[in-house]
Design a protein around this ligand. Structure first.
Ligand SMILES: [Mg+2]
Length: 458
């Protein structure tokens, strides 16, 4: 980064202070030398971990096609080491910035402590975007300080490359939809998804039963059971035509998932799950809101097509409930909502114990993408990571320091460089700033505590 601070701690200073501390103890000369050598070898010479402090947090708002804007954050320290994080796509910078005064002056290496300190400011979907962005940035700092990639701090790799999955743009013409899917497969993807819902039945009579006169708010914000919407046999047949067209083009050998079925009732979801059985789908996604766990379990038990949910769930406990009760067949956390790198790794380990696989939802820039890659590399039950930017030409140019293309024939190589393993490409990022916003400008307005809300119990 162009304006990163000059390192204040050098190798000689660390060595000197370490020796002074150790010499004052009971260790003999050989042990002192060995400890000093180990410290120099393993620690970034620009850093003295125990004296590290957070000194600033700034942001840049990036606009790109697809889910956007995306807010990048940078946490600076008193030793020139900085960390990068990203707020969940489409959430504003305030979700991260309200946390600034709560982490200023803290040692960024106390990752779990700091996450628990700010965890109460996270919530479902975009509400967790800030706490997760901070958590990513803390891991980036830790990796840079100790000179190791993040996956190594989570216990090491299960895999060297991360499988990517993606969808295509939809078409109302099944043939055209199939052609686009084929074209996507030819880029090397080994897993695909298609958006397929009642919106694709619009204008076709006798396909969707829904009371007329509902306003936009009802259609978008009333949970599925309360808008009395069901799909007819004719509607189901039409949706099957789309899946058949895609399967005809990509074959039955690769996993294919479906998403965005629309706000339909539980019984329609079950009927769709049965109709899709012949297409051997990998999952139906977010069929009804995840918090109706009994209804979701009813669908899971009745549908031969597997079910999946999770991209809007914050923190461990709700995932644990889904997994241990087998409410869905698979989970799908978005690391920028589920609680960041460590929480998502823990969620994956917990799910493994219950026999539940974990795919990962993701729609941001390469910053958040790499947080996912490290987590996926270190988590045993990982299946595939989503990417919504395969058609965005500048997406991978937003960062440097990593092998390009970032997504290569359907996979991302796990980087071996410290932290997240990326450097921001300032010039490219500045070309995609949200109009009227600056690039990591000072944020003194967030230095002061806005309200006293740390005490959650008396
Ligand atoms: Mg989804």
């Amino acid at each position: 980064m162009s304006d990163a601070k000059t390192p204040q701690f050098n190798r000689r200073r660390i060595l000197k202070s370490s020796l002074a501390v150790l010499a004052g103890g009971a260790l003999g000369h050989t042990a002192v030398a060995a400890a000093a050598e180990a410290e120099i070898k393993n620690v970034n010479p620009a850093s003295s971990p125990s004296a590290l402090k957070i000194t600033d947090m700034r942001y840049a708002v990036i606009v790109k096609p697809g889910p956007s804007p995306c807010v990048l954050i940078r946490i600076d320290t008193n030793q020139g080491v900085y960390g990068l994080g990203e707020v969940r796509d489409v959430a504003g910078p305030q979700y991260a910035m309200v946390l600034k005064n709560r982490i200023m002056g803290e040692n960024p290496l106390r990752i779990d402590y700091l996450f628990q300190k700010i965890a109460q400011f996270g919530g479902g979907a975009r509400q967790a975007g800030g706490v997760c962005a901070v958590e990513m940035a803390l891991w980036d700092i830790a990796g840079k300080v100790y000179n190791i990639p993040i996956y190594q701090m989570l216990g090491g790799k299960w895999r060297d490359t991360i499988r990517i999955y993606a969808d295509t743009t939809e078409s109302m013409d099944p043939k055209e939809y199939g052609r686009r899917a084929k074209e996507r497969k030819e880029t090397g993807l080994t897993w695909m998804k298609m958006d397929l819902g009642i919106n694709m039945l619009k204008g076709i009579p006798d396909t969707v039963m829904q009371p007329s006169g509902m306003d936009k708010w009802e259609l978008r914000n009333q949970p599925h059971p309360f808008i009395a919407t069901e799909v007819s046999d004719k509607g189901i047949d039409r949706l099957c035509e789309y899946v058949a067209a895609v399967r005809d083009n990509i074959g039955y050998d690769m996993p294919l998932s479906v998403d965005h079925l629309g706000h339909i009732g539980v019984k329609s979801a079950i009927r769709l799950g049965k109709a899709f059985e012949k297409f051997n789908l990998e999952w139906m996604e977010d069929i009804i809101p995840w918090f109706y766990t009994d209804l979701l379990k009813e669908i899971t038990e009745a549908s031969p097509t597997p079910t999946l949910t999770g991209e809007d769930i914050y923190e461990f406990a709700d995932f644990e409930n889904l997994c241990k009760n087998h409410v869905v067949d698979k989970i799908h956390p978005d690391l920028a909502t589920s609680g960041g790198i460590l929480q998502t790794h823990r969620i994956g380990d917990m799910a493994f114990r219950h026999g539940v696989p974990m795919a990962m939802h993701f729609a941001g820039t390469p910053v958040s993408c790499m947080a996912n890659v490290h987590c996926a590399a270190a988590t045993r039950n990982f299946l595939a990571l989503e990417n919504h930017s395969l058609d965005v030409p500048f997406w991978q140019d937003l960062v440097t320091g990593i092998e390009k293309p970032i997504v290569n024939k359907g996979y991302i190589k796990v980087p071996e460089t410290p932290g997240l393993g990326i450097i921001l490409n300032d010039d490219e990022l500045k070309r995609h700033l949200k109009p009227g916003t600056g690039y990591f400008e000072p944020t003194p307005m967030w230095d002061e505590e806005q309200s006293w809300d740390d005490a959650l119990f008396s």
